[in-house]
Ligand binder design. Structure first.
Ligand code: BGC
Length: 750
C-alpha cells in the first residue's frame, strides 16, 4: 500500500464520506466505501486472546464470542519478565487474529499499576514503566509480525476503574513524562504500533480524547507516532473537539450522529477540513493495511497454542516462599489433599472486555492427577466461590487435610471481587478462605498455598505460617497444567513480581489519594509509585518488586560497568549453584545520590531472563541508553541527564542487590535559563553563570565588593544562597541594567 494510493482515494471522497470513516460501522468494524475502494476491517479485544464477537456484540464481555486460545492475562505474562516468550505469545495471538479475520487486536494494556485496588490491574503488566514498555513492546512485536495491528492502551493515566469515564487524573507533567508515558513512548519508538487507544478519563481536566497536547504534541510531534489513534469504546464526548485534538477513529459506531457533527463543524468553519482529511487518510491507510495482510487461509494449531499457553503460564507463576524446599513435590510418594474450589473451577482470566472464550480449559486438580497418576490425591472444595459459608464443605476439607501427608490449598479472589468497571475496596482474601486456611494448618502444618488473583492480595498476616506459597495470578486456559508443572518440578519457577506486595493496604503510596472524589483523583504520590516509594523510604513490604524464588539458587559475579558510546553496558557472570536447571531474572537499577531534583532512590533500567543449566555459568550482558538516566525538566520542557556518579545496582529484586557499582556520566548542561529571579546559588553553581557573576561582583565598586566579600563568609553565603539575583539591586550591589547585562552575557556564552 502506498501513501499516494491513500491520497488518491481520499481525493475522490465527499466531505460526508470522509466524515463517515471517522467512526465505526458497528461495534467491531470500520466503515467501508466500496465505490472508492475503502475496505472495512475488524478489530477485536484482546489482549490475551482474540475475543471475536458477533457484529453488534457488546464490549464488556456480557456475550460470548468465538473460541480462541486464552493465554495468561498481563498480570501473569508480566510476571514472566521474559520478552522472548511474550513475543512468541504475541505471534500466536497475531496468527489467531488472522484466522478469525481480525486486523487489529485491542491490546496490550500497559497502564501503570498505581494502586493494587485498581480493578483492572489483571490487564496491566507492571508498576514500572520500563518493564511495561519492554514486555508490552514484545507483545506488539509478536502480534504485528503476523500483519495484525496492535492497539496500545489506554493512553493515558487510566489507573483506576472508579469513575473511569469521567474522572480527571490530576498529575504533574514530570510524573506523566517519567512514569505514566514511558511505556507508551518506548513502544511507539521501537515497535511502531498500528494504533494507540486513548483512555476514557480526563487528564488535568481535559478528556484524553480531546487532549491535543496528549494526542498530537506528545504522541505525534514529540514521539513521532504515525499510526492511528482510536478512542476507547464510547470515550468521545465532543467529536469535533476530539478530531481537532488528534483522535482519528471514534469507536464504536454512533449511527452517523457524530459524523454529522463533524460535517457541520467543517461547514461552519470551526474545524479545518485538513484535520478531517488527515484522520480520514489514517483510517483508509489502516484499512488497506489490514486487508493487504489478510490471510483467510490461516489455520490454528489449537494444541500447539494450548502448549504455548501452558509454557507461558508456568513462566508466570511466582514462588514466594518455600521453606525447607518442600516444593517441588514428588509424583510417586506421599499423599496429597487438594483443597479449594479454585483447583476444580479455575479463575483463569478477569471479567470485562478482555474475556476470551477458551478453546479448552485445564483445571489443576485433573492436571495434578494426570502428572502423578500413582499418587493418592483427594479433593475437597472447602469453600464456595460466592463466599457463603458451608459447614459441611469446611468439615470435609479438614478431614481430607488431616488424612493427607501434604495439602495443596487453592485459594484466591473470586470473579466478583475484581473486574473491569470497578475497583476493590481492600486487598484481603475472602475471610472464609482465610478461616479455612487456619483450620487446615491446625490439622496439618504442610499446607502449600496456591493463589489465584488478578491484583495483589495481602499476605503478611499469614504467609509466614505456611511452608510454601505460589502466586498463581490468573494464568489463562492452561493455568491448571502449568501449576501442576511447577508443583511437581517439571518446570522450575522463574516468575518475579511486577508489582510490590505491600504489608498493608495503608502502606500503599496512593492510599489516601485513591480513587479520588468529586470527579478528580490527585496523583499526590507523584513519581513514588510501587518500589519507587517503598525503597526510597526504606519501608517494609511483604514481597518486593522483582522478587521470586526458584528451585535452584544463583550467584552473581562482580559486574563490569562501562559507558560505550551512548549506552551503559553491564556484563557479569551468573552461576546456577543448585542442582536443577533454572532461569534467573537479572535486574539492573540505577540511582543518583544528591540529585538536583527529587528522584526515587533507584529505578529499573534493564533486565534479562537467562536460562542456566545446573552448575553452569552464563555471561549476561545488559545495557541501557545514557539518555534513560534523564529526568524531565518541566520549565525547560527538556529531558536532562544530570552529570554525576550514578549507582548501578545488579540484583535479583529491588531489595536483593548483589553488587553496586558506579558509573560517571558527563550529562547535560542545566537547561534552565538564568534570570534575575534565579537565586545566587543557582547562578554560582552554573558553570557559565557562576564565573560571570563572580567577575562582575569583583569588578564592581564598593557595594559589589562588599557583597562579594559577604558571600565569601560561609554563614552569609548560606543565607544568601536562596536570594534571587534581582535583590542585589535592592541591596545596592548592582543596578538593573547590570543584571540585564549579566543575563545577556550568560545567554551569549551558552
Ligand atoms: C475497554 C477497552 C476495550 C473496549 C472494547 C472498553 O470498555 O476499556 O479496553 O478494548 O472496551 O471492548
Amino acid at each position: 500500500m502506498q501513501k499516494n494510493q491513500v491520497a488518491s482515494i481520499l481525493s475522490t471522497l465527499t466531505l460526508e464520506e470522509k466524515a463517515s470513516l471517522l467512526s465505526g460501522a458497528d461495534f467491531w468494524s470500520t466503515v467501508a466505501i466500496e465505490r472508492a475502494g475503502v475496505p472495512s476491517i475488524a478489530v477485536s479485544d484482546g489482549p490475551h486472546g482474540v475475543r471475536k464477537q458477533a457484529t453488534g456484540g457488546d464490549h464488556l464481555g456480557l456475550l460470548s464470542g468465538e473460541p480462541a486460545t486464552c493465554f495468561p492475562p498481563a498480570t501473569g505474562l508480566g510476571s514472566s519478565w521474559d520478552s522472548e516468550l511474550i513475543e512468541r505469545v504475541g505471534r500466536a495471538l497475531g496468527q489467531e487474529a488472522l484466522a478469525l479475520n481480525v486486523s487489529v487486536l485491542l491490546g496490550p494494556g500497559i497502564n501503570i499499576k498505581r494502586d493494587p485496588r485498581c480493578g483492572r490491574n489483571f490487564e496491566y503488566l507492571s508498576e514500572d514503566p520500563l518493564h511495561a514498555g519492554v514486555l508490552g513492546g514484545a507483545l506488539v512485536r509478536g502480534i504485528q509480525s503476523r500483519g495484525v495491528g496492535a492497539s496500545v492502551k489506554h493512553f493515558a493515566a487510566n489507573n483506576q476503574e472508579t469513575d473511569r469515564m469521567r474522572v480527571s487524573a490530576e498529575v504533574d507533567e514530570r510524573t506523566l513524562r517519567e512514569l505514566y508515558f514511558p511505556a507508551f513512548r518506548r513502544i511507539v519508538h521501537e515497535e511502531s504500533p498500528w494504533t494507540v487507544m486513548c483512555s476514557y478519563n480526563r487528564i488535568n481536566g481535559v478528556f484524553a480524547s480531546e487532549d491535543r497536547w496528549l494526542l498530537t504534541e506528545v504522541l505525534r510531534e514529540d514521539w513521532g507516532f504515525d499510526g492511528l489513534v482510536v478512542s476507547d469504546w464510547g470515550a468521545v464526548s465532543n467529536r469535533p473537539a476530539a478530531l481537532a485534538a488528534g483522535l482519528d477513529l471514534e469507536m464504536p459506531t454512533t449511527g452517523g450522529r457524530t459524523d454529522a457533527e463533524v460535517v457541520a463543524a467543517v461547514r461552519a468553519g470551526t474545524l479545518p477540513e485538513d484535520v478531517l482529511n488527515a484522520s480520514a487518510a489514517r483510517v483508509i491507510e489502516l484499512a488497506l493495511r489490514g486487508v493487504e495482510n489478510r490471510r483467510p487461509e490461516t489455520s490454528i494449531d489449537v494444541d500447539a497454542h494450548h502448549a504455548l499457553a501452558r509454557e507461558a503460564a508456568a513462566a508466570s507463576v511466582v514462588l514466594l516462599r518455600n521453606e525447607g524446599g518442600i516444593l517441588p513435590l514428588p509424583t510417586d510418594s506421599g499423599s496429597l489433599a487438594v483443597i479449594g474450589e479454585f483447583a476444580r473451577t479455575p479463575r483463569y482470566q478477569g471479567s470485562g472486555s478482555s474475556q476470551i472464550v477458551p478453546t479448552r480449559l485445564d483445571n489443576a486438580l485433573d492436571e495434578i492427577r494426570a502428572l502423578a497418576p500413582t499418587l493418592e490425591v483427594s479433593f475437597a472444595a472447602g469453600f464456595r466461590l460466592d463466599g457463603t459459608r458451608d459447614a459441611g464443605l469446611t468439615a470435609e476439607a479438614i478431614t481430607a487435610a488431616a488424612e493427607a501427608e501434604t495439602v495443596l490449598y487453592f485459594c484466591g479472589l473470586p470473579d466478583a471481587a475484581e473486574s473491569e468497571g470497578f475497583d476493590r475496596a481492600d486487598i484481603d482474601l475472602p475471610a472464609d478462605q482465610l478461616g479455612l486456611l487456619a483450620e487446615l494448618l491446625r490439622v496439618n502444618p504442610r499446607v502449600i498455598v496456591v493463589l489465584s488473583n488478578g491484583g495483589v492480595v495481602r499476605l503478611s498476616p499469614w504467609s509466614g505460617t505456611v511452608p510454601a506459597l505460589l502466586e498463581g495470578w490468573l494464568l489463562g486456559q492452561a493455568g491448571g497444567g502449568a501449576l501442576a508443572d511447577v508443583i511437581f518440578g517439571r518446570v522450575n519457577p522463574s516468575g518475579r513480581l511486577a508489582e510490590t506486595i505491600p504489608e498493608r493496604l495503608c502502606d500503599v503510596p496512593a492510599y489516601t489519594n485513591f480513587p479520588g472524589e468529586q470527579g478528580r483523583v490527585h496523583y499526590g504520590e507523584g513519581l513514588y509509585v510501587g518500589y519507587r516509594h517503598y525503597d526510597t523510604r526504606d519501608a517494609a513490604v511483604a514481597y518486593p518488586f522483582g522478587f521470586g524464588l526458584s528451585y535452584t539458587t544463583f550467584s552473581y559475579g562482580e559486574p563490569t560497568v562501562r559507558v560505550e558510546g551512548d549506552r551503559v553496558v553491564i556484563d557479569l557472570d551468573v552461576t546456577n549453584t543448585g542442582e536443577r536447571d533454572g532461569r534467573e531474572i537479572v535486574q539492573v537499577y540505577t540511582g543518583l545520590d544528591g540529585a538536583a531534583v527529587s528522584r526515587p532512590v533507584h529505578e529499573l533500567r534493564a533486565f534479562s531472563a537467562v536460562a542456566i543449566a545446573a552448575g553452569q555459568t552464563a555471561r549476561v550482558s545488559l545495557g541501557f541508553a545514557v539518555r534513560d538516566l534523564a529526568y524531565y525538566h518541566v520549565d525547560a520542557g527538556a529531558w536532562v541527564v544530570e552529570p554525576g556518579t550514578y549507582r548501578v545496582e545488579v540484583g535479583a529484586s529491588s531489595r536483593d542487590l548483589r553488587h553496586v557499582s558506579t558509573v560517571a556520566i558527563a550529562g547535560d548542561a542545566n537547561p534552565a535559563r538564568l534570570s534575575g529571579d534565579s537565586t545566587l546559588s543557582e547562578w554560582f553553581s552554573d558553570p557559565v553563570g557562576g564565573p560571570i557573576l563572580q567577575a562582575a561582583l569583583t569588578a564592581q565598586g564598593e557595594g559589589g565588593a562588599a557583597m562579594g566579600g559577604a558571600l565569601g563568609d560561609p554563614e552569609m553565603a548560606k543565607m544568601a544562597e536562596q536570594m534571587p539575583l534581582r535583590l542585589l539591586v535592592t541591596f545596592g550591589a548592582v543596578d538593573s541594567a547590570q543584571i540585564d547585562a549579566l543575563i545577556a552575557a550568560v545567554d551569549a556564552a551558552r
